[in-house]
Design a protein around this ligand. Structure first.
Ligand SMILES: Cc1ncc(COP(=O)(O)O)c(C=O)c1O
Ligand SMILES: N[C@@H](CCCC[NH3+])C(=O)O
Length: 402
């Protein structure tokens, strides 16, 4: 599809997030089809891109949601996700979040510690309800990804080790207020190697078998998210290989397979558009200063993450430039030594693969308004979040001025 970047920026302003909804649909269908013949549920990880229209688009296709706060649960419900397709994960759920999740009767709460299980039991008891739960097992497997987004080792804060998980299942099974229906693991994000996923699935499936032997019947086998995508030259895991590895590990078990992809669904559906403000040269070092900043897209600053950067329509000899924003931090950059032609004021720069963990990690640092978001679908474009204004930002403070 050829996209009229210039026309879109003229229409909606800059900086701007754009998501290709047809691409998202294609990703959903490809993954779902790879599970053909198995009972499966794809719980889109809302944290990757929680725009209501994005969630609604996936909900219409049949997706469930993986949420990590009650805010995300509310978003999923507002966007039309079936309550029995919503799961609530995360290491630190507050009592009020647990209570609301139970009242809203979502599919299950993923528990990440024994203390949390006791808390959920207490809240469920006070409500006179039975909480459907699953336990996040930490299989102690190295996912071979960036250390900041690795979660499946005992040194990470996530999940509980196998023996503890087993003790928790035994406890939950006896409790009047807990119903252990699921099991969960998630070893990290941007995974491009299938082996650690396969190995984790085998370990966790063995636990399911040993629970079955003591009459604890797990119905949902949740392999988490983490499927990697192409930002640069990565080789992603083929969908079929992924689902077959999971099927193989769970052979003989009558379970519904769940997965929680975030990045896979949306990263490459998205792009971030920003306009050139100035060029400058510091003693031979070329900088292209744009109107978007690290507050809009923090991945390069935070993880030194690579995003492909292109200049729209500009021509001429390319020389390396750092593409930087206006925020008062040296870490405010989108790319370093990016080969770019000479650029003029208002030329458009496209930062690719920005659909996941872009807008959701945006902030108002430097009192910069969050950008607008648009969807492209079936050849048309539409606004799905308007640009913030100064008034939006000070709304919660103004009344306190003396
Ligand atoms: C429990 C859980 N599920 C799903 C995801 C989504 O991950 P990804 O965007 O890598 O698919 C994450 C984030 O890493 C997570 O922590
Ligand atoms: N925010 C990270 C991924 C973290 C995954 C969340 N569990 C990123 O941009 O790559």
């Amino acid at each position: 599809m050829s996209i009229d970047y210039k026309g879109l920026v003229e229409k909606y302003g800059s900086p701007l997030y754009m998501y290709d909804f047809d691409y998202i649909e294609n990703r959903y269908r490809t993954l779902k089809e790879a599970f053909a013949g198995k009972k499966s549920l794809i719980n889109y990880a809302v944290k990757a891109n929680s725009n209501l229209s994005v969630i609604q688009h996936l909900a219409k296709l049949g997706a469930g949601a993986d949420c990590v706060s009650i805010g995300e649960v509310r978003r999923a419900l507002d966007a039309g996700v079936d309550k029995y397709k919503i799961i609530f994960s995360g290491v630190g759920k507050r009592d009020d979040e647990i209570e609301e999740a139970l009242k809203r009767d979502i599919l299950m709460l993923n528990l990440e510690s024994e203390a949390e299980m006791k808390r959920v039991e207490m809240v469920a008891k006070a409500l006179g309800k039975e909480a459907r739960i699953s336990i996040r097992v930490n299989p102690n497997i190295d996912p071979q990804t960036h250390p900041y987004i690795s979660t499946g080792l005992h040194e990470n804060k996530f999940g509980v080790e196998i023996d503890m998980a087993k003790r928790m299942y035994i406890y939950a099974n006896k409790s009047e207020y807990l119903n252990p229906v699921g099991i969960h693991f998630h070893i990290g994000s941007q995974l491009t190697n299938l082996d650690p996923i396969k190995e984790s699935a085998m370990i966790v499936a063995d636990l399911v078998r040993s629970l079955r032997a003591i009459k604890i019947d797990i119905k949902f086998f949740d392999v988490g998210g983490g499927i990697g995508v192409v930002y640069d030259d990565e080789t992603p895991i083929p969908e079929r290989a992924y689902t077959e590895a999971i099927s193989e590990a769970t052979k003989g078990l009558d379970v519904t397979l769940l997965c929680e992809p975030g990045r896979y669904m949306v990263a490459n559906a998205g792009a971030f558009f920003t306009k050139v403000l100035y060029e400058k040269n510091n003693d031979g070092k070329r900088f292209v200063i744009v109107d978007g900043g690290m507050n809009d897209l923090i991945r390069p600053s935070l993880y030194n993450a690579y995003h492909k950067i292109e200049a729209v329509g500009a021509e001429g000899e390319k020389t390396p430039a750092d593409v930087v924003g206006p925020v008062c931090e040296s870490g405010d950059f989108f790319g370093k030594n990016v080969p770019l032609p000479p650029l003029n004021h208002n030329d458009i720069i496209v930062v690719q693969s920005a659909g996941a963990y872009g807008f959701t990690m945006a902030s108002n640092y430097n009192t910069r308004p969050k950008p607008a978001e648009i969807a492209l679908q079936g050849g048309t474009d539409r606004l799905i979040r308007r640009r913030e204004t100064y008034e939006d930002q000070v709304r919660l403070e103004k009344e306190f001025l003396e």
